[in-house]
Design a binder for this molecule. Structure first.
Ligand SMILES: [Zn+2]
Length: 95
């Protein structure tokens, strides 16, 4: 949907881009602050302290007709680099 501008389920072009995804609090406080949900990849998964997590904002593209939703991470290359580093570390250490 992000590239085509068209829903793959119903073929509608009524797409809402870059919708923020929030985690809602279970109990409604007096003042409500949205909790932003992020994608998180741990660069050093077996580190005791310095895991060096890479985080990215998530954005949704939502079809205004049927509600079909696709979610994309901003700066996915940075997440992938952290993933590759974690994978190499696992192989090196035999985890
Ligand atoms: Zn649709």
């Amino acid at each position: 949907m992000k590239k085509t501008g068209k829903c793959p389920k119903c073929e509608s072009t009524n797409i809402i881009p870059e919708v923020q995804i929030i985690a809602q609090q279970p109990i409604r406080p007096i003042i409500e602050f949205p909790h932003i949900t992020k994608a998180r990849v741990i660069r050093h998964p077996h580190a005791m302290i310095f895991e060096e997590p890479e985080q990215a904002d998530l954005k949704a593209w939502i079809c205004g007709e049927c509600g079909y939703t696709e979610i994309y991470a901003d700066d996915s290359q940075r997440l992938y680099d952290a993933h590759l580093e974690a994978q190499a570390e696992r192989k090196k250490n035999g985890w």
